[in-house]
Design a binder for this molecule. Structure first.
Ligand code: PEP
Length: 250
C-alpha cells in the first residue's frame, strides 16, 4: 500500500518570515493527519527556519534543487550535506522549470538523483512532456526517455524509495489540468517502464501528479489507481488551500 504524498513546491516565493507564517498556519490545520504524508519545499533561504517551525510535527521538509558534488568551487550551488543540515529529507530534481531555464538534462537529473539517494534524501524526480510533444504524439517516448535516463543505475532498494512526479509542462501554472484519465494513462505507463527497470519496486514507487492541482480537482485525480499524490505549486502557497489538498475527500 503506497501512502499518498502531498508536496508543496513554493518555487521562488516567500521570504523567511512569510514561509514561517504559512507553515505555522499549515501545522495547526493539519494536526493529526496521518494517512497522507505532507511535504513543503520552500526556497533555500527559508529551509532552516521552516524546519525549526515544523520540528515534531507531521510536516516534512524538502529542497527544490541540489548539486551532486560534495563541496568545493561551485559558486551558487548547494550540496546534499547542506540541505540535510537544514532539515531536508526530500529534494525536487529536474523540475521542468529547471530543465527549461537552467539547462538541466536527463544526465544532470540522473547525477542529482544518485547524489540525493546516496545521502539518504528522497529525490522527487520530475518528468513531463511539452504541449508540442503531446500534440506530436510523442508523450510516451519523451516520458520513457526521461524515466530511463533520469533514473538509471540505482539499486532496487533506492528505486522503491524514489518518488516520481509526472508534470505535463503544459499544465504547470497554467490552470489547465490533465484530466484524471490522461494523468492515469501516463502514470500507469511510467509504472510499466519502472517495472522493466526495477521489477517489484514499481509497485512501491510513488508517482505524483503535478500541474494545476487545486482543491477542486484533487479528489478525482487521487481516485486513480496509479496517482499517489500531488506536486503542487500555486495551490500550496497558502495554508488554507494546501490544507484542503492534504485533506482531499477520499
Ligand atoms: C509545480 O510547481 O510543480 C506545479 C505543478 O505548479 P502548479 O501547481 O502551480 O501548476
Amino acid at each position: 500500500m503506497r501512502k499518498p504524498l502531498m508536496a508543496g513546491n513554493w518555487k521562488m516565493n516567500k521570504t523567511v518570515s512569510e514561509a514561517v507564517s504559512v507553515v505555522k498556519a499549515l501545522k495547526g490545520a493539519v494536526t493529526g493527519v496521518l494517512d497522507v504524508e505532507i511535504l513543503v519545499c520552500p526556497a533555500f533561504t527559508a529551509l532552516y527556519e521552516v524546519n525549526n517551525e515544523i520540528k515534531g510535527s507531521n510536516i516534512n521538509l524538502g529542497a527544490q534543487n541540489l548539486f551532486w558534488e560534495a563541496k568545493g568551487a561551485f559558486t551558487g550551488e548547494i550540496s546534499t550535506a547542506m540541505i540535510r543540515d537544514a532539515g531536508c529529507s526530500y529534494v525536487i530534481v529536474g523540475h521542468s522549470e529547471r530543465r527549461q531555464y537552467f539547462g538541466e538534462t536527463d544526465e544532470t537529473v540522473n547525477k542529482k538523483t544518485k547524489a540525493a539517494l546516496a545521502a539518504d534524501i528522497t529525490p522527487i524526480v520530475c518528468v513531463g512532456e511539452t504541449l508540442k510533444e503531446r500534440e506530436d504524439n510523442a508523450t510516451f517516448s519523451v516520458i520513457e526517455k526521461q524515466v530511463r535516463n533520469g533514473l538509471a543505475d540505482i539499486t532496487l532498494q533506492q528505486a522503491s524509495l524514489t518518488v516520481i512526479a509526472y508534470e505535463p509542462v503544459w499544465a504547470i501554472g497554467t490552470g489547465k489540468t490533465a484530466t484524471p484519465d490522461q494523468a492515469q494513462e501516463v502514470h500507469s505507463f511510467i509504472r510499466k517502464i519502472y517495472a522493466q527497470m526495477y521489477k517489484e519496486s514499481a509497485e512501491k514507487v510513488r508517482i505524483l501528479y503535478g500541474g494545476s492541482v487545486n482543491p477542486g480537482n484533487v479528489s478525482d485525480l487521487m481516485k486513480k489507481s496509479d496517482i499517489d499524490g500531488g506536486l503542487v505549486g500555486g495551490a500550496s502557497l497558502e495554508a488554507e488551500s494546501f490544507t484542503k489538498l492534504v485533506k482531499y475527500s477520499k
